[in-house]
Ligand binder design. Structure first.
Ligand SMILES: NC(=O)c1ccc[n+]([C@@H]2O[C@H](COP(=O)([O-])OP(=O)(O)OC[C@H]3O[C@@H](n4cnc5c(N)ncnc54)[C@H](O)[C@@H]3O)[C@@H](O)[C@H]2O)c1
Length: 278
């Protein structure tokens, strides 16, 4: 019996990175998946892979900034698998320029674009799911990928930091509003082990690797995180937290934004102390 046996899950941003890895993991745990992304070839290859492995998956080209697309994603789940149990709002884009553009040169257009995908996209996906959950009348579960950038600032990522902090706020607000309907809402906030596709273009081939894996041989002594583990963090590390939030194991959690894959950076202040030289 899988940890998501027969659960029907819509995942956004499933073409690359964490959404792709989480789709594989959820399907292996018994979920029925609707994998969505703005690049349909990537979610098609993912769905083919899941089905070839004995799982159940459909795919759809869907943009999280479109109410019609998110309603269509939910409808595909209902038409194919009979209902929706979990909405995993995972899609996100980085700061335009990936931190290299100064604040004074940041255009309002690029700010609005980052907010549209990373914050309004969560609103739209969660709302489409909630409407279906209320029709079904037996609760529901919304999982959101935000970021460590929703908890602390990343240099040069002002629009992204604002959008992800907003998404964490939205998670808490929705949990407050929807608890009486049995709908819970939580976020994972990844730090490390995240998709090396993120700085690239949406139609780049899926790398299926974290930045740290792609960088080559892992040297714990030179890792950016103080926890000196003997392997690089990977996409599965965050996908495992998404699985926990999607499953009944987290049944009494709502409105929680969990720092994931941190490795100790969030646990200490950024001061150089004598102990660092040891
Ligand atoms: N990679 C990182 O550095 C990092 C770190 C922390 C959190 N995150 C967050 O993790 C989540 C997953 O990103 P990832 O790291 O796997 O990156 P990724 O770029 O590998 O995957 C993101 C996917 O979202 C899709 N997407 C982009 N815009 C979309 C839209 N408007 N509608 C639907 N799909 C869209 C892309 O095509 C891509 O397949 C995002 O919310 C991201 O902000 C990423």
């Amino acid at each position: 019996m899988g940890r998501l046996e027969d659960q029907v899950v819509v995942i956004t941003g499933a073409g690359h990175g964490l959404g792709r890895e989480a789709s594989r993991l959820f399907a292996a745990e018994g979920a029925r998946i609707v994998a969505t992304d703005i690049v349909d070839t990537h979610v098609k290859s993912l769905a083919d892979e899941v089905v070839a492995a004995g799982g159940r998956a459909k795919f759809l080209r869907a943009d999280v900034t479109s109410e019609a697309d998110m309603a269509a994603a939910v409808q595909l789940a209902v038409d194919t698998f009979g209902r929706l149990d979990v909405m995993y709002c995972n899609a996100g884009i980085p700061e335009v320029g990936f931190g290299a553009v100064s604040f004074e040169d940041t255009t309002l257009e690029s700010f609005n674009r980052v907010v549209a995908v990373n914050l309004a996209g969560v609103f739209i996906g969660a709302q489409a799911a909630t409407r279906q959950f209320l029709r079904q009348g037996r609760g529901g579960n919304i999982v959101v990928t935000t970021s460590a950038a929703g908890l602390v600032a990343y240099p040069g990522f002002r629009s992204y930091v604002a959008a992800k902090a907003g998404a964490n706020g939205l998670v808490r607000a929705l949990a407050t509003d929807l608890g009486r309907h049995g709908i819970r809402v939580n976020a994972l906030c990844p730090f490390h082990g995240m998709s090396a596709n993120f700085p690239g273009a949406a139609d780049d081939a899926p790398l299926d690797q974290s930045y740290e894996q792609l960088a080559g041989a892992w040297d714990p002594e030179h890792a950016p995180m103080p926890l000196r583990l003997d392997r690089a963090p990977n996409l599965r590390d965050s996908a495992n937290l998404a699985l926990f939030l999607a499953s009944e194991e987290s049944a009494y959690m709502s409105g929680v934004c969990i720092p994931a894959t941190d490795g100790g950076t969030f646990a200490r202040v950024a001061l150089t102390l004598p102990a660092d030289a040891q």
